[in-house]
Each structure stands twice: as structure tokens, then as C-alpha cells.
Write a protein that binds this ligand. Sequence first.
Ligand SMILES: Cc1cc2nc3c(=O)[nH]c(=O)nc-3n(C[C@H](O)[C@H](O)[C@H](O)COP(=O)(O)O)c2cc1C
Length: 158
Amino acid sequence: MEKKTIDPKQLRSVASCFATGVSVVSVINPEGAPHGMTASSFLSVSLDPPLVLFSLMNQNQMADYIKVGDPLGISILTEEMEGVSNHFAKMATLDPAPEFILKQAAPILENAHAWYATVIEQLIQAGDHVLVLCRVIDLAALPEKNPLIYYQGYKNIT
Ligand SMILES: Cc1cc2nc3c(=O)[nH]c(=O)nc-3n(C[C@H](O)[C@H](O)[C@H](O)COP(=O)(O)O)c2cc1C
């Protein structure tokens, strides 16, 4: 069978056909301050044990701050939080910056649609990304809110 070379631009464009929610993953950096990063690769993995993951580009600052055993927060954004998504994607800065609160030592965003407090369980190198597998130790949802959707740009469900 002929081996086709996959063009990264086409890979990105085809991947954008898959609609996702938007999360902010967050850790405490070596200076003791929260560091957040927007991620749409969040995925629920296992119910027992409770595991979730996201895929992290190796060159992102966040990759320097993650270590097995460390607390990590995941905040699922509401439809009003497009600005928060851009802030943690480092595309536009919000002033004042969104504040984190700690749940089980993991930084999470107040007013998120849902949040998970986790501990990093395993780091799996995968090409130019690392899969960050996390064990859930606490979680909650605000079901009366609507999620922010990412599908070829931000979308609201209302
Ligand atoms: C909607 C959206 C989803 C994103 N999803 C991811 C993702 O899943 N993984 C990733 O590594 N970067 C993702 N990014 C890019 C990072 O948020 C961006 O590179 C950020 O600047 C990294 O922050 P840091 O370098 O300060 O850690 C996404 C950006 C946007 C706008």
C-alpha cells in the first residue's frame, strides 16, 4: 500500500471538524503561582479508577510545570468564558486576570461549568505532544450553565 505523507495543515483542518468543549488546565508553577492553559483536548478516560487526560504540546510553557504526583485542576468553560479561553491561550489578556481557587491543592476557576481536582498519574510521550493522564480526586458541575463549544471557532449552544 502506498504510504501517504500527512500534511500537518490538513491534519489541523480535518481535526477542526470535531466539535469539543473548552477547558483550562492549571497547575502551580515553581514560583508558587497558578499557571493556566486553554485545552480542547480534554477527554474522560476511565470511571474506575476515575481518570481523565489532555494532550499537551511539548513546546508549551505548561510542559515545564507538570510532574507525576502534582495537583492539576481542570475547569470546563461556560459560554460566557470566551475571553477566559483567549486569556489562557495567551491570545488576549484579561485585566484583571481570572482568579483561581484551590480545591484539594489544585487550582480551578470559579464559575466554571464544571471542574475536576486531579493528581497527575502518568505522562505519556506522543510525538510532539505529551498525554497527561490525571486521577480525579474531587469534582463538581454547575448544570444550570451552558458550555463553550469549539468547532471551527467558538460556538454557543443557545
Ligand atoms: C480553543 C483552544 C484549544 C487549545 N487546546 C490545546 C490543547 O489541547 N493542548 C495544547 O497543548 N494547547 C492547546 N491550545 C493552545 C494553548 O492554549 C496555547 O499554546 C497556550 O499559549 C499555551 O500556554 P503556555 O505556553 O503558557 O502553557 C489551545 C488553544 C485554544 C485557543
